[in-house]
Write a protein that binds this ligand. Structure first.
Ligand code: LAN
Length: 757
């Protein structure tokens, strides 16, 4: 543990991740005012701290969340539970798998907070932190120098050899994030003549300069005043006043898309532009190969660098842009005023409904700019916004990053609970499970948001969010996960043993109601809402850098999770809405089966990639088959057989599976150079769920997971596991613990049971 790592502490606040800079009082370090940091002593301190966060990404660009983990491991913990194999099975591998699971949980429990959840790094995308730095610059709300130091360190750590930055940790350089890091580093006071920025600038200029940045980048630069608003296509604020029945009304968009374009159109409508400063004047010179005054902004509207064109504009979008831009030049003032008024009301409502966390890292930041513009720097609303910036920041050994959400608390805790309870491990770790249960229970959404219908929100009561209750956006598969984990804990008897009450049936029924309400006519489930718009809306996706953002599609993973939860629920309460649940399950299964590809795998949209999608689908199909006809039905299911074939064909010689992020981009299985723990665990979970007869393959995989386990019970951090919108990867640091624990546990419990029968 490096000296300066110790000065950063994750505050033990329930449900909130806030990193505090807390050097020890006795230490000779500058305190108090920012001016202290300007002294030679202050500067030396920051430089030394920055050195402690140097991170070599050449072997692996993913950090291992070492700060949080060190910190948690240092806390006093009850002594390790003793592990004795419950019933010797005669299968040495099963006994070893038990001990390995036990060791895995014994380590992982030490990372659990008192409130029951597991915090973790949720970084990965490289376009988030610069947005926040730009917002803090524009609104005159700077971060303290120690924070700035670690932000800069993070950005430098992840610069690619060619001088640019990827869209995410493992990505090749793109103009979008390269220009944004460059700008952010300059706003944080970095010298344009230093080696790193010189290389970055050369890379930018070699791509033709910042005019080729994709639309979201054009937006940020415009607000900062280093790119003309005229160089953007219209974001027509009046769109929000269109009649709701029109297919292009934004209420039909995927909520993340809707909630990002909302504050963007506010800024566009008001042409919000930061006041000019020395650094913004300099940026106007540095970012372009020609004189800023001579740039043809109209032509720049359509320019997107080749490196960044993941989703080229369709002819329909180009035509629409002609109309929107045409309208912009003649727009009616009273209408514009009305539209901007509604937009501001909507932004205010989103802020209130989420306690200023907002749905995600992009709209949180852009809303901050709008709120500063509309209500002023001293307004309570703006102050609340700034306070929430902290919830998105995370410190790891590679510096300070911005997370993709205010955490993945419910998601990680739900999976951890399932991984432990499914295989009876709660008998060895009852307290861990009880604490997790209480956390999950507290995150269930208990009421509807205010002004729900006016602001196009789906029902929330009974649902679970991805992170925490204050965030409050309900999600289909998080609801399924919350419900499933809750039911598993109820069934385990661990609550009764401690005289602790389970949550009431009404709350479980509320969750079922939400799940049923979210099913789409195609039988599948989307993420936050029903699919509200036609698929052709994707032709209007203007982002260039992201795919499938326009509507909320039915996804294999979300659908499979909802099916599993309903199957499980039906067993526990066979009467409640029985006919509807039966039908929902049937239609859901049909949807999942139809998504299976020729080769037997399923594409995963939110993880890397086919091993992820396949795991969800197989769990749902297997649970259904098992309920209907036991293990014989499982083995007879042709979809499951094909799924097993798909996985077996991709097993590596060392027994593991490894899938690269490129699978998500190319939509075909791209092997990783090395077997990956997380992919291996998903593949093994699938094979075991499907009762794959090739037990030799499973055993080989199990051995692989065990040999990769570290002495203390942890597993190493390997490649990135999460993804969104096909192009951007995101870190799930919990996966390296939860999924191997789960797979090993399943091996010793289910395989041994099978053989005993
Ligand atoms: C997430 C995180 C959770 C994820 C699952 C629940 C795992 C998934 O099954 C459904 C989709 C969901 C909710 C999801 C959607 C996209 C998110 C919100 C993210 C990956 C976290 C960050 C990302 C968000 C869109 C990032 C901001 C970027 C934009 C393009 C707006």
């Amino acid at each position: 543990m490096k000296e300066f790592w110790k000065y950063w502490k994750l505050r033990p606040e329930e449900d909130r991740h806030v990193w505090r800079f807390a050097p020890p009082a006795e230490k000779d370090f500058p305190t108090g005012s920012d001016r202290d940091w300007e002294t030679p002593r202050g500067k030396r301190f920051l430089e030394a701290m920055s050195r402690d966060f140097l991170f070599d990404k050449s072997a692996n660009s993913n950090s291992a969340d070492r700060l949080y983990r060190h910190q948690a491991l240092e806390l006093p913990h009850p002594p390790p539970a003793t592990a004795t194999v419950p019933e010797e099975s005669g299968d040495p591998l099963a006994n070893q798998a038990f001990l390995s699971t036990h060791r895995g949980i014994d380590f992982y429990r030490r990372l659990q907070r008192d409130d029951g959840h597991w915090p973790g790094d949720y970084g990965g995308p490289h376009f988030l932190l610069p947005g926040l730095v730009i917002a803090s610059h524009i609104t005159g709300a700077p971060f303290p120098p120690p924070h700035q130091t670690l932000m800069k360190r993070y950005m430098y750590n992840h610069q690619n050899d060619d001088g640019g930055w990827g869209l995410h940790l493992e990505g090749a350089s793109v103009l979008f994030t390269t220009v944004l890091q460059y700008v952010a580093l300059r706003l944080l006071g970095e010298d344009p003549g230093n080696a790193e920025l010189t290389r970055a600038r050369e890379w930018i200029l070699s791509q033709g300069g910042a005019t080729g940045i994709p639309p979201w980048g054009k937006f940020y630069l415009s607000v900062l005043g280093v790119y003309a608003w005229e160089g953007n296509h219209s974001l027509m604020p009046e769109m929000w006043l269109l009649p709701r029945f029109l297919p292009v009304h934004p209420w039909r968009y995927w909520c993340h898309c809707r909630m990002v374009y909302l504050p963007m159109s506010y800024c566009f409508g008001h042409r919000v532009t930061a006041s000019e400063t020395e650094v913004t004047r300099a940026l106007r010179q540095e970012l372009y190969p020609c004189d800023y005054a001579t740039i043809d902004w109209r032509a720049a509207r359509d320019r997107v660098a080749r490196t960044d064109l993941f989703h080229p504009p369709s002819p329909l979008l180009k035509t629409l842009n002609v109309f929107l831009d045409g309208y912009e030049s003649i727009h009616l003032r009273p209408l514009r005023k009305r539209a901007l008024k509604f937009i501001l009301e909507y932004i205010d409502a989103e802020d209130r409904q989420t306690e200023y966390i907002d749905i995600g890292p992009v709209n949180q930041v852009i809303n901050s700019i709008c709120i500063w513009h509309a209500h002023g720097k001293d307004s309570p609303q703006f102050r609340k916004h700034v306070e929430r910036w902290a919830d998105y920041l995370w410190v790891a050994e590679d510096g300070m990053k911005m997370n993709g959400y205010n955490g993945s608390q419910l998601w990680d805790t739900g999976f951890a609970t399932q991984a432990i309870v499914e295989n009876g491990m709660e008998r060895h770790f009852p307290e861990v499970v009880r604490k997790a249960y209480r956390f999950i229970e507290r995150q269930q959404l208990r009421e509807e948001v205010a002004d729900r219908e006016r602001f196009f929100r789906h029902i929330s009561k009974g649902a679970w969010p991805f992170s925490t209750r204050p965030h409050g956006w309900p999600i289909s598969d998080c609801t399924a996960l919350g419900l499933h984990a809750t039911l598993l804990v109820h069934r385990s008897g661990v609550l009764e043993a401690a005289g602790s009450n389970p949550i009431g049936r009404d709350r479980l029924q509320d969750a079922v109601d939400v799940i049923l309400s979210l099913q789409n006519p195609d039988g599948g489930w989307a993420s936050y809402e029903n699919t509200r718009g036609p698929a052709w809306l994707e032709l209007l996706n203007p982002a260039a850098i992201f795919r499938d953002i326009m509507i909320d599609y039915s996804y294999t993973e979300c659908s499979a999770s909802c099916i599993q939860a309903l199957l499980h629920y039906r067993e526990s309460d066979p009467r409640y809405r029985r006919g509807e649940i039966d039908r929902a399950i049937e239609n859901g299964l049909r949807f999942v089966r139809a998504k299976q590809r020729q080769d037997g795998g399923w594409f995963g949209s939110w993880g890397v990639c086919f091993t992820y999608g396949t795991w969800f689908a197989v769990e749902a199909l297997a649970a259904a088959a098992k309920q209907a006809g036991g293990t014989a039905a499982l083995r007879a299911d042709p979809h499951l057989q094909r799924a097993c074939r798909f996985l077996l064909d991709r097993q590596n010689g060392d027994g593991g599976w490894g899938e690269a992020f490129q699978s998500c981009l190319r939509k075909e299985y791209v092997p990783h150079a090395k077997s990956q723990i997380v992919n291996t665990a998903w593949a093994l979970l699938s094979l075991m769920a499907a009762a794959c007869p090739d037990t030799a393959a499973v055993r080989k995989g199990i051995r692989f997971l065990m040999t990769r386990q570290e002495e203390n019970g942890d597993w190493p951090q390997e490649g990135i596991s999460g993804v969104f919108n096909h192009t951007c990867a995101i870190t799930y640091t919990a996966y390296r613990n939860v999924f191997p624990i789960w797979a090993l546990g399943r091996y010793f419990s289910s395989y041994r049971q099978d053989r005993n029968h």
